[in-house]
Design a protein around this ligand. Structure first.
Ligand code: PEP
Ligand code: MG
Length: 749
């Protein structure tokens, strides 16, 4: 059963459009369930409470598109309204039965119908009918499973069908990733890794596109012929024949001709090739003969080889628009490094959320980002005009004049606020009743620290050292690391700089150190890796301690500490490195201050033990939230549940503050909450007065601090702690916007 289901789902995903997909489903169901008739109704585009018959097999095809049923009307409408399956021996005896005239269904009284549901919305109903033999439990389970599996494919296909880059203003809804707004042109990321992600693009240079296509095909043919020769020594002749067959397919015939026709019609080579390959593969998947059906995979395999060559050629000439909005299925931290920063204006990623690392980096760079957009029609967006609103997680495709005017107005207001905030740069971050707060920046991506200094930061509260590791293709040497750390320590001479040891794993991979795990966030991450690889840890700590010689402003922070043992082991290694360097340099070296990140729930409950071993603790609210609430910080499906203002997270933080106070251990916060205006209010209320944040948030945070009495914030926190959910807490703090904070506090979670 599972194989049959997988096959249908794959075919549906590859169908050129929703109509083909529905026909394929009905045909497969008639065959697999031995049914006499099959119908699929989908919710109408104009009115989601009306179901329209989209396809049928075994009934009169003339009724397609003509039958419409309201929710609750007839059996189909009842299934949709109740969001529940129905399995009936005689449909006509059910009280809600309505005969669909001229359908021919009277001949098939036995009916099994199930709703198609995605993201809590009923998208439609699939029903099968028979003249005799009740549908048994297995058949019911089969249809229910199929409906759940194809629901997202239908949702995607529908949104693709509805979306047109030619139509005026189309709104895309995701989650707020990084604050800010931008107007620019979409650039779709495409590394040639799969055919599906090739974006549509028009071209006027038909000769140029034909030239690169032919060149790519020629190169692949050449490689295949060489590979066939090499394989001959170790493979039977029939296996080698596959390479020859591939080469022959590329030597002429419809694969080539159809692609060239697509190009001649004004499409660029990669999407012309993608469409031809998909159409040819689709024809094969429709074949009954299993052997021939399998040939679809060969065509796709060949398609990918040519695509990769083609993309190599195309990527040589990437021309980034002046205001580039980077768009992709999964935009990653390293993708950002591929775009010249002065061109990068915004980001839209189909996957991820505000606490994904790419969103945090975008925030650090001051680039608005919209994350987690379900069914983002990525392929159709390349070159399209977009507005990104990183405050409320929306984007506008092809915005019309009125929307553009509105956003240009917002951008001007933003610029005025920024200008106004600049006046606070040299003022102390102090509440009305004289409570002093230290504001620090999070850093790691930029080698240029000027913006941080200009913002009036009092040091670096979190330097994410993994970022220089991520943008290389091998581990950086001790000397390379030394130079990187020295640069930041020198720039912030006289101010504290907290260097965090390598925190890779989770969603921060190193291309040259692959980790394959089912649950990466619960797996080999942060200090767990560096303790298992002391050579990496020791090299890094050596570089750090050497860089600190003569400046003495460095502190070391250990990520992902989940218990005392990891701390003890790390401290032993750090002490050993200090002793070694002392010996090498012949001078006594003070051990830098050492802190632990509190971001794993077990560390909250062991806060006193941890504080007994370190000089300070820093709360990582991004991870603490994900681990306390069991909500993957990267998963857009649960992004609504992720909130660092959740009462459970606030209570955990209060516990950290109380535990640390017993040993007078300083507590700071370096997660994103520290830069959220409402988060600032809550954290001050807890008595935390060291906040480290993205540079773009710093002056806004200062403005918030300067607008309140500390005593009032303490009271507000007490009230927040009596509330039972994050949205009420956010609402309570959000209402304080009336203090003339202007647009500082915008939508967020
Ligand atoms: C955190 O988890 O809050 C944190 C600051 O670390 P990172 O976001 O790098 O995991
Ligand atoms: Mg973390």
């Amino acid at each position: 059963m599972i194989h049959r289901l997988q096959r249908i789902v794959q075919e549906v995903n590859r169908a050129p459009d929703i109509d083909h997909a529905l026909v394929m489903i009905t045909e497969s169901l008639i065959r697999d369930l031995n049914a006499d008739a099959c119908t699929i109704y989908l919710a109408s585009e104009d009115d989601p409470d009306v179901l329209v018959l989209k396809t049928c097999e075994g009934l009169n095809p003339e009724i397609i598109g003509k039958v419409e049923l309201k929710l609750g009307q007839g059996l189909i409408g009842t299934i949709a309204e109740r969001a529940e399956a129905m399995n009936l021996a005689d449909a006509s005896t059910h009280k809600n039965f309505i005969l669909v005239q001229e359908s021919g269904e009277v001949a098939f009284p036995i009916l099994l119908g199930v709703p198609i549901i995605a993201h809590r919305d009923v998208l439609g109903v699939i029903a099968v009918q028979r003249a005799e033999n009740l549908f048994n439990e297995d058949e019911e389970a089969y249809l229910t499973t199929l409906a759940t599996q194809i629901a997202t494919s239908i949702e995607r296909a529908e949104s693709k069908g509805r979306f047109s880059t030619e139509q005026a203003t189309h709104v895309i809804k995701g989650v707020a990733g990084a604050p800010g707004m931008a107007i620019g042109e979409a650039m779709v990321l495409n590394r040639g890794v799969n055919l599906e992600s090739v974006p549509d693009k028009k071209t006027s240079d038909i000769e140029g596109e034909l030239g690169s296509f032919r060149e790519a095909v020629r190169k692949v043919c050449e490689e295949l012929t060489v590979q066939a020769e090499q394989m001959r020594a170790s493979l039977p002749e029939e296996e080698c024949a596959l390479f020859i067959a591939y080469a022959q397919m590329l030597s002429g015939g419809s694969l080539i001709d159809d692609t060239e026709k697509n190009i001649a019609a004004g499409n660029w080579a990669p999407s012309s090739w993608r469409d031809t390959v998909e159409q040819h593969a689709y024809v094969f998947t429709q074949m009954e003969d299993r052997y021939l059906a399998e040939r679809a995979n060969d065509i796709r395999d060949l398609g990918l080889r040519v695509l990769r060559k083609l993309m190599l050629e195309q990527n040589l000439y990437i021309d980034f628009p002046e205001q580039t909005i980077l768009v992709g299925d999964e935009v990653t931290a390293t993708d950002l490094a591929d775009v010249p920063l002065d061109c990068l204006s915004g980001i839209i990623s189909a996957h991820g959320s505000s606490s994904s690392h790419v969103a945090i980096l975008a925030h650090a760079l001051g680039i608005p980002a919209v994350m987690g957009v379900p069914n983002l029609p990525v392929k159709q967006l390349d070159g399209v005009k977009l507005i990104v609103d990183g405050y409320n997680g929306s984007a506008f495709v092809n915005p019309d004049k009125s929307v553009l005017d509105e956003y240009n107005q917002y951008l001007q207001e933003e610029a005025a606020i920024e200008q106004d905030l600049l006046g606070l740069k040299d003022q102390p971050a102090i509440t009305i009743d004289n409570h002093q707060v230290t504001l620090l920046v999070n850093s790691g991506l930029m080698s240029d620290h000027t913006p941080s200094l200009l913002s009036g930061a009092e040091g670096v509260g979190l330097y994410r050292t993994e970022i220089p590791f991520q943008i290389r293709d091998r581990f950086p040497s001790e000397e390379e690391q030394y130079l990187i750390y020295k640069d930041v320590l020198d720039t912030f001479r006289g101010m504290p700089v907290v260097l965090r040891t390598l925190d890779v794993g989770g969603d921060k991979p190193l291309s040259y150190f692959p980790i394959i795990e089912a649950n990466p966030f619960l797996g080999w991450r942060g200090v767990r890796i560096t303790l298992d690889h002391p050579e990496i840890f020791v090299t890094q700590v050596r570089a750090m301690i050497r860089a600190n010689l003569g400046v003495n402003n460095m502190e070391i922070l250990l990520p992902m500490i989940s218990g005392k043992a990891e701390l003890v082991e790390s401290l032993v290694l750090i002490n050993r490195v200090r002793d070694e360097i002392e010996e090498e340099f012949g001078e006594s070296i003070l051990l830098p201050k050492i802190g632990a990140m509190i971001e794993v729930p077990s560390a909250v409950y062991q806060i006193e033990d941890i504080c007994s071993l370190v000089d300070f603790v820093s709360i990582g609210t991004n991870d603490l939230t994900q681990y306390l609430l069991a909500v993957d910080r990267n998963n857009e499906n649960v992004a609504d549940l992720y909130s660092s203002l959740h009462p459970a997270v606030l209570k955990a933080m209060c516990q950290i503050v109380e535990g640390a106070a017993r040993s007078n251990t300083p507590v700071s916060v370096c997660g994103e909450l520290a830069g959220d205006p409402l988060g600032v209010m809550a954290l001050l209320g807890m008595g935390i007065d060291h906040l480290s944040m993205s540079v773009g948030s710093l002056l806004r945070a200062k403005k918030v601090i300067m607008s309140f009495n500390h005593a009032e914030l303490i009271d507000l926190l007490k009230q927040a702690l009596t509330m039972s959910d994050a949205s009420t807490i956010r609402e309570m703090y959000g209402q304080l916007d009336r203090r003339g904070l202007g647009g500082l506090i915008r939508a967020g979670k």
